[in-house]
Write a protein that binds this ligand. Structure first.
Ligand code: VG1
Ligand code: CO
Length: 543
């Protein structure tokens, strides 16, 4: 087998975003696109010869082909060994666990996460480091720099490796170990939670509906909830992964998981409902008749985590991404824990977790996790909820009512404007950056603006600084508006407007969030002029 050196040239736009490089599938499949980026990863790492890597993806269209290309390029690079999920499948948290448990030097995850899949959908690739987490910006910047100077890449001329059954193969001088994608991860979950208690919960008639959204969590959820924990067959729905996610949008929120929401709000709702995304790192939590916002879920999990064996000794600290609501801050305060505020994207939690400063962390976009891996973890979040409910023996709605009564309720919603003209979005942000200096003291739709700044993060562990991480506006009465541009979209700009208000009046804890937040929404429009600038009359997605 020989190594081919292929001449190439830089392809514009290979800048990794919030979570790796994400593009339309047909762009990723274009000449040299994938190869250039993989070679840039090797360059950005300072070479990968002699290393052990993990490889897997969420099974979307092109996953199988891309995996073979990565393997041939790894072999050409001199990588010693690649541990691959069977059929090149690994959920993102399972990949993170495998990197850690096998002591690998890093891993490549093939996924565009919650973005739709298929030939006309999106594809993505990201590099995770030896801690199992997404590469920090210092590394992604080097990778990006390498994409801009690339002149050639190296690839082994070889036939495909059979990834369909566990076992060991050779590709040139490189070992390829194909592993069951589920077993190690499911074993890890058993070490964290009281499976006997959850088993007893199901045996007592507790019902669950887990919507895998035709994406990667199906096999994990079936193995764990149905096989190991005894939930009745059929508790996992849409559990067979398909390359285009059944034509759906594997984003677990009330818009895209509407079938589940309708079921949970209906007369025959199960006790608990949950959904996960394309690559299995997100979670949506519901109880009978109640949707729990991701920010509230993080807070409720933090408040009750010690009911699960893994966290029985107490939590070291908590963290949330900046746009996530302050609900978890209130729990941290009550428990006497530090609470860190990081930029959007899981890579920023890595240092805090590695340094033992935090145990749990999460994002408003339905990502929650702990120090057991270095990614957000959808199935883990569901299991922690189940473990807590098995101990507390109360419905989700009752648990949340008690939580709000104790800590107050952070009403929260996110309004997304998708496929906005990039020029309009960039101009809006640039202009606000200037105007915001004079905003404090002024009023927006009748509410006094108390603070206005652009979030910059100073990492307390390595001192690195991440600037321009979102514009935030504090309003009188504890309201907040945050505006930032998405780093995962593939068409135009996605403007995210995050809206929040704290309510502590016991008589006002059970209102409709959109109504409770109407004054904040009006203030946000006064601050941004977004509808006027874009000609839109309403957000594309409200979560
Ligand atoms: C979005 C979410 C962010 C999340 C990221 C990756 O990023 O807002 O919280 O970490 O997706 O999640 P952005 O830049 O589009 O707002 V996943 O599950 O798509 O890897
Ligand atoms: Co995801």
């Amino acid at each position: 087998m020989s190594i081919e050196t292929v001449a190439t040239q830089p392809i514009p736009g290979q800048k990794p975003g919030t979570s790796g490089l994400r593009k339309q599938t047909r762009v990723f499949m274009g000449p040299h696109f994938l190869e250039n980026y993989v070679q840039a990863i090797w360059t950005g790492l300072g070479g990968a010869a002699g290393t052990t890597l993990v490889l897997g993806g969420d099974g979307r269209y092109f996953n199988d082909r891309a995996a073979q290309v990565v393997l041939r390029m790894a072999a050409a690079e001199g990588v010693s060994k690649v541990i691959v999920g069977q059929d090149a499948i690994l959920s993102t948290p399972a990949a993170s666990h495998l990197i850690r448990s096998r002591g690998a030097d890093g891993g490549i995850i093939l996924s565009a996460s919650h973005n739709p899949g298929g030939h006309d959908g999106d594809f993505g690739l990201k590099y995770n480091g030896a801690n199992g987490g997404p590469a920090p910006e210092s590394v992604t910047e080097k990778i990006f720099a390498a994409t801009k100077t690339i002149t050639e890449y190296r690839i082994l001329a070889a036939i495909d490796v059979d990834l369909s059954t566990p076992g060991t193969h050779r590709m040139g001088d490189m070992e390829v170990e194909v592993v069951d994608p589920v077993a190690d991860y499911a074993d890890l979950m058993e070490t964290l939670f009281d499976f006997d208690a959850i088993r007893a919960l199901f045996a007592g008639g507790f019902t669950i509906c887990f919507d895998a959204m035709h994406a990667v969590t199906g096999p994990y959820a079936k193995a764990i909830f149905e096989d190991r924990l005894g939930a009745p067959a059929g508790s996992v729905v849409n559990g067979t992964p398909s390359p285009d996610f059944g034509g759906g949008h594997p984003d677990p929120n009330p818009i895209w998981a509407k079938d589940l929401v309708d079921r949970m709000m209906g007369p025959d709702a199960p006790d608990f409902g949950a959904a996960s995304d394309g690559d299995g790192d997100r979670n949506m939590i519901m109880g009978r008749g109640i949707y729990v916002t991701p920010s509230d879920s993080l807070a409720a999990l933090a408040a009750n985590a010690t009911l699960a064996p893994a966290y029985a000794g107490g939590l070291k600290g908590l963290a949330r991404s900046m746009p996530t609501s302050g609900a978890v801050d209130r729990v941290a305060e009550a428990l006497g824990l530090d609470c860190y505020e990081t930029p959007t994207g899981w890579k920023f939690f890595g240092n805090l977790l590695d340094a033992g400063k935090i145990t749990l962390c999460g994002e408003e976009s339905a990502g929650t996790s702990s120090d057991h891996v270095r990614e957000k973890d959808g199935v883990w979040a569901v299991l922690l909820w189940l473990n807590i409910l098995a101990q507390k023996k109360q419905p989700v709605a009752e648990l949340m009512a008690e939580h709000w009564a104790k800590f107050g309720r952070n009403y929260y919603t996110r309004h997304d404007y998708e496929a906005v003209d990039t020029g309009i979005a960039d101009t809006m942000v640039a202009e606000m950056r200037v105007r915001m200096r004079d905003m404090p003291g002024r009023k927006a739709a009748g509410l006094r603006i108390e603070s206005a700044d652009e979030f910059a993060y100073h990492d307390p562990v390595d001192g690195s600084v991440a600037e321009k991480q979102g514009l935030r506006f504090g309003l009188e009465g504890g309201g907040r508006v945050v505006v930032r541009l998405s780093g995962t979209g593939t068409v135009g700009a996605t403007v995210r407007v995050y809206l929040e208000r704290l309510e502590t009046d016991p008589g006002k804890l059970h209102e409709d969030p959109q109504e409770a937040l109407a004054p904040i929404v009006a203030a946000a429009e006064a601050i941004t002029g977004l509808k006027q600038r874009t000609g839109r009359t309403a957000p594309d997605v409200i979560t």
